[in-house]
Design a protein around this ligand. Structure first.
Ligand code: SAM
Length: 276
């Protein structure tokens, strides 16, 4: 077949390929190898160290689902932190939320923020919101220095490699518990139930040992390996499944709805088995 094909290879022996018109940008940053391609079907695509981070066509699924489940479970999510997420997609969803007064992004690699501003203005637009503060630093350091400060913390990280390894560890999750207020909520992206069973199992047990409420929910993202993606939520007080859906504000979403908020926690049996 003619044309440029971009292939992400997974350790599990699975690959995903997208046909691209052209490569718009590549650079070796201080932390990772960054590429931007213009794909035929999914539009512009951000890739870090060979792993697809986001595409214009399906980014809304991930960014709405990592943000809005926690924001709409908490009755007053005023002070919100995103660790990672330098593309700005999660921050865009948070900045739209009517209860949020302040959103902080802590991203280790400024090159990701710059590339997103240049090539993905529709995703990075929230970074310019007056409620948003952008800090270029290691999320692990930021969490260690924050105590009882945030209503909601999201870890929108790359896969557990390079600078993101420490973002999947028990000690970091304990630090997040301490950085939250007494009724705070934490969400992390936790990869694919089909390909990273051990990671999901381990992270879930860590969450359960730290947070009174720990649950996993799912969303469907075609450009992430296997398409089925998990998020793990830890909550000190509020049950994400007990939310009063009548109170969920309309923030002009394309995937998330009050019904999907509840349905996302309905897990196939093989995923339930991973959590036992
Ligand atoms: N949605 C994406 C995915 O799951 O493929 C993740 C998006 S976002 C681009 C991930 C970001 O996490 C990257 O920009 C990376 O630089 C950042 N990151 C990795 N380790 C970090 C750390 N220790 N502190 C802060 N940010 C970190």
């Amino acid at each position: 077949m003619k044309g440029l094909w971009y292939t992400e290879h997974q350790e599990a022996g699975v690959a995903i390929s997208l046909k691209a018109k052209t490569k718009l940008h590549e650079e070796r940053t201080d932390f990772q190898f960054l590429e931007v391609l213009d794909t035929d079907t999914f539009g512009r695509m951000l890739v870090l160290d060979g792993a697809i981070q986001t595409t214009m066509k399906d980014e809304f699924v991930y960014h709405e689902m990592i943000s809005l489940v926690a924001l709409n479970t908490h009755p007053h999510p005023e002070n919100v932190l995103v660790v990672g997420g330098g593309d700005g997609g999660a921050i865009r969803e948070i900045a739209k939320h009517p209860h949020v007064k302040k959103a902080t992004l802590v991203e280790i690699d400024p090159a990701v923020i710059d590339a997103s501003k240049k090539y993905f203005p529709e995703i990075s637009c929230g970074l310019n919101d007056p409620k948003v503060e952008v800090k270029v630093e290691d999320g692990i350091k930021h969490i260690a220095e924050s105590k009882g400060k945030y209503d909601v913390i999201l870890v929108d990280s790359t896969d557990p490699a390079g600078p993101a390894v420490g973002l999947f560890e028990h000690g970091f999750y304990q630090g997040i518990f301490d950085a939250l207020k007494e009724d705070g909520i934490f969400v992390a992206q936790t990869e694919s139930p089909f390909l990273t069973e051990n990671l999901i199992r381990g992270v879930f047990q860590d969450f359960k040992s730290i947070f009174p409420i720990a649950k996993l929910y799912l969303a469907y993202i075609p450009t992430y390996p296997s398409g089925m993606w998990s998020f793990t939520i830890g909550s000190k007080k509020y049950d994400p499944e007990a939310v009063d859906t009548a109170k969920i504000p309309d923030t002009n979403t394309r995937y998330y709805t009050p019904q999907i908020h509840k349905a996302a926690f309905a897990l196939p049996l093989f995923v339930q088995d991973l959590l036992k």
